[in-house]
Design a protein around this ligand. Structure first.
Ligand SMILES: [Zn+2]
Length: 85
């Protein structure tokens, strides 16, 4: 199944870590991405674990990594750095 978001045709994708549907998100222009799809589940084990490498990550930082895929690049998975609350 595909759907259209902001003029971009996207596949319906689910997170391999938690099974949630990935939500489309328009990346900031400076990122060089267009529309990407992101797992926004705050209980996602990938996100909670945040075991990806964060440069200069400190224990008191509130950065985590959400699972994301880039439709412009054959839905290649990557870690989206995100603020946690
Ligand atoms: Zn997930």
């Amino acid at each position: 199944m595909t759907y259209t978001y902001s003029g971009v045709e996207l596949e319906e994708r689910t997170c391999p870590h938690c099974g949630e549907e990935l939500s489309p998100w328009i990346a900031p222009p400076e990122s060089g991405w267009g529309v990407i799809v992101v797992c926004n589940n705050n209980k996602c084990p990938h996100y909670v674990g945040s075991d990806c490498d964060i440069v200069n990550k400190r224990d008191d930082s509130n950065l985590g990594c959400r699972y994301a895929e880039n439709p412009d690049n054959k839905y290649t998975p990557f870690n989206l750095l995100a603020w946690t609350r």
